[in-house]
Design a protein around this ligand. Structure first.
Ligand SMILES: CNc1ncnc2c1ncn2[C@@H]1O[C@H](COP(=O)(O)O)[C@@H](O)[C@H]1O
Length: 348
């Protein structure tokens, strides 16, 4: 049977998003609305229009990319109102794209008008109050930035422990991969593990001196999932496969930010898809790269000649990677059964 995968199919396909940075998932349009509001009350606001800063013509690389957060979006979304507005918009966007289970991640941050603690609590409030929550259960992962100190990382782990009963399922390590020394976070990840929090780590995003040592250190934190996994030496890849660690693959991000050589067809998704590891396609920062999760499924289908059934299997494979437990896994397995008719691919 020959099947056609098109944009309509990948949108209808139930999808699981496991690697989405909250602040990077805000669309330029939503940021523009926040900017317009702020301009009304602060005409001297010295920030450019997000539609220009994050225009489609903008070309990113791993160096130009990180300052967009620290020097721009954080400045723009610094008030409780803008954080609530943008978080609601992000939840709605994932829901509208056909996401049926979401794990958002975010770095607790403070500004003049919000503490780290209330930042986390406000986002959990948004998730709790999101009207379509039943159709898209959403959990939170708290991010440690590579530039953090050991004490800041510990503060994030403590917040994760505090807010666990409200839907925080784990902690992760992110941020500019050229910065920091990952061994700084040994104690923090040790505490997270001892409290049964799940652990996700950005892994091998750039090829650097001392990379093997860094990767071995990261693996010693017993991660449940690894993100990006680009510059992975073969023996470490075998270790990941041997341990069955879940791999989060962010195709458009890696291509657009020139983190890999070549295009989608050259992405390491091609080799991981045939491994025994659980894998999940993820958007990373849909607000910046402009590629929704349904578009990521479409891109890999076209570039790797995947049929509708292959995409359904991909969805099933990512179920094993979720952090929230068996009840949600059961629900996600049942979703396909309920949607079989809807998903029946066109046959020839
Ligand atoms: C190549 N992709 C990436 N690699 C590493 N870290 C990334 C990232 N994309 C985003 N972030 C991390 O997520 C933060 C923004 O969201 P939150 O403020 O936490 O919601 C960025 O500051 C960066 O630390």
């Amino acid at each position: 049977m020959v099947t056609d995968v098109d944009a309509d199919f990948t949108k209808r396909l139930p999808k699981i998003e496991l690697h989405a940075h909250l602040t990077g998932s805000i669309t330029p349009q939503c940021l523009h609305e926040i900017w317009t509001q702020r301009k009304l009350s602060e005409p001297d606001l010295a920030l450019e229009d997000p539609l220009r800063v994050l225009s489609k013509d903008q070309r990113w690389n791993i160096v130009t990319f990180f300052p967009v957060f620290s020097q721009y979006i954080y400045e723009l979304c610094s008030t409780p109102a803008s954080i609530l507005y943008s978080t609601n918009a992000v939840l709605q966007d994932f829901k509208d794209d056909g996401v049926v289970y979401l794990e958002l991640r975010t770095t607790p941050r403070s500004s003049a008008s919000i503490s780290k603690d209330s930042y986390v609590a406000s986002i959990l409030d948004c998730i709790r109050d999101f009207p379509e929550r039943a159709a898209m259960p959403t959990y939170l992962i708290l991010s440690i930035d590579r530039r953090n100190t050991a004490a800041q990382a510990m503060e994030t782990v403590d917040l994760a422990i505090k807010y666990r009963s409200r839907g925080v399922v784990g902690v992760e390590l992110c941020g500019d991969p050229s910065k920091g020394d990952v061994s700084t976070f040994r104690e923090a990840f040790g505490k997270a593990e001892s409290h049964d929090l799940k652990i996700a780590l950005h892994f091998a995003e750039i090829s650097s001196q001392g990379l093997e040592l860094e990767l071995n250190t990261l693996l010693s934190y017993h991660p449940d999932r690894l993100g990006h996994v680009i510059h992975v030496p073969e023996f470490i890849k075998q270790e990941i496969i041997g341990r069955g660690i879940g791999v989060e693959l962010c195709v458009s991000c890696n291509v657009q930010a020139q983190m890999i050589e070549g295009g989608v067809e050259d992405h390491h998704f091609g080799s991981w898809k045939d491994s025994s590891c659980p894998i999940a396609l993820c958007t990373d920062d849909v607000g910046i790269f402009g590629s929704t999760l349904s578009n990521e499924y479409l891109l890999v289908a076209k570039s790797f000649d995947l049929k509708a059934m292959d995409l359904i299997r991909l969805y099933e494979r990512s179920i094993e990677m979720i952090f929230s437990g068996e009840k949600e896994k059961g629900r996600l397995r049942e979703i396909l059964v309920g949607q079989e008719k809807n998903l029946t691919p066109a046959s020839s």
